[in-house]
Design a protein around this ligand. Structure first.
Ligand SMILES: Nc1nc2c(ncn2[C@@H]2O[C@H](COP(=O)(O)OP(=O)(O)OP(=O)(O)O)[C@@H](O)[C@H]2O)c(=O)[nH]1
Ligand SMILES: [Mg+2]
Ligand SMILES: [Zn+2]
Length: 353
């Protein structure tokens, strides 16, 4: 279990009779879990489904769980999720406001973005914000370096926008940058690969494993849009130590609870705004058109990067909107639970009388 990133001091089941396992994959409510008995099929205990209206109370890939192992046949039962040191949650794709857990208990988040077609700084901003909030450390992986003609612009954009995040240019064709990545996996640490479809996440996993762990897409002329190749999240161990969680490409990364991840992702901008605000005419200046606003002045004269400021404000607005939605949802759910409880008490009284 140590090779799967298990650390007994961190992951202790509350019930000593429970076996500890790590979730390798999940498919339609059926889980594969690695335990000291080997890989087992498992289902979450019924109580886990009722703990919350959404899937956040259910185990996710990467979770350490306490379980009752069925050594003979049939499914084992997952009875608890052990405390998570990190968890990556996004707003589920589509129109509903639901959270979706992508992975748990990782040390690093590899934000994979290809250097030829995919590069988009606003998208990276989102990943960085959610990665900081997840409890993992974001690392930007610029893939397909062999297909990139002019790197200077990308490098300058990344270092300007995210000076606090390490980045690496890699290629599975030339092997560039691959040795630098080894350091992240030391001590059986876990890395989750996130990014759009076709950026080369599974190819990177295969390269690091020196064998084919995941199918990758065959591309004609290096360009192909269409179906995602990886269709489910799965955890793998690397032969030289370390754990990878490979995930299917995401079309959009909607913010869920981003906490102070947005501020952390734009640390330079927020520090700059805070310093400038000292010079605004009004002490409670909202920097939105007030006279004598030092932020507006800095945007005007180039003292503050206007493009980065705009990206920050946009993401902050979305994050604040989501926080409101999340708290409305929590209030609604707690009222619903209260109503259900009152109804249950009423029925109990009826039965006893
Ligand atoms: N030239 C070049 N091609 C690469 C590189 N890395 C990946 N590719 C190609 O990019 C295509 C897509 O790679 P995948 O590994 O399937 O991408 P993915 O991110 O796992 O995609 P999804 O599973 O759909 O999310 C494949 O044809 C790879 O061969 C690279 O470094 N250089
Ligand atoms: Mg893939
Ligand atoms: Zn101001």
């Amino acid at each position: 279990m140590e090779s799967y990133g298990y650390n007994p001091s961190v992951h202790i089941a509350s019930d000593k009779n429970l076996a500890v396992g790590r979730v390798i994959s999940e498919h339609r409510g059926l889980y594969k879990v690695m335990t000291k008995y080997g890989e087992v099929n498992a289902k979450p205990a019924g109580k886990m489904y009722y703990a919350s209206d959404d899937e956040t109370s259910l185990p996710s890939v990467g979770d350490f769980v306490g379980m009752v192992c069925n050594e003979n046949r049939g499914d084992s039962v997952i009875s608890e999720i052990l405390p998570r040191k990190s968890v990556f949650v996004r707003r589920a794709a589509g129109i509903s406001n639901r959270p979706q857990t992508l992975a748990a208990n990782f040390d690093y988040v590899f934000i994979v973005t290809s250097m030829n077609l995919d590069f988009n700084i606003s998208r990276i901003d989102r990943y960085v914000a959610l990665a900081w909030e997840s409890g993992g450390i974001p690392v930007i992986i610029l893939s397909k370096a062999d297909l990139c003609g002019d790197r200077a612009e990308i490098i300058s954009e990344i270092s300007k926008s995210h000076p606090g995040v390490d980045f690496h240019m890699v290629s599975i064709v030339t092997g560039e940058g691959m040795e630098e990545l080894a350091a992240y996996f030391k001590g059986n640490r876990t890395v989750v690969f996130l990014g759009s479809s076709g950026v080369g996440k599974s190819s990177l996993l295969n390269y690091l494993s020196a064998r084919k762990m995941m199918e990758v897409k065959e591309l004609r002329n290096g360009i192909e849009k269409g179906r995602h190749t990886t269709t489910h999240r799965e955890l793998f161990i690397l032969p030289g130590g370390g754990v990878v969680i490979d995930t299917p490409g995401m079309r959009e990364l909607g913010l869920w609870h981003a906490g102070d991840g947005v501020e952390k992702g734009f640390a330079e901008i927020t520090a700059c705004i805070a310093a400038l605000a000292q010079n605004c005419r009004f002490s409670d200046c909202g920097h939105s058109g007030e006279p004598g606003c030092a932020v507006a002045e800095a945007l005007e004269n180039g003292g503050l990067d206007a493009d980065a400021y705009e990206r920050y404000m946009k993401l902050r607005k979305e994050s604040m909107f989501m926080e409101t939605k999340i708290s409305e949802k929590a209030t609604y759910e707690s009222r619903k639970k209260q109503r259900q409880f009152s109804k249950m008490i009423k029925n109990m009284k009826k039965e006893t009388w």
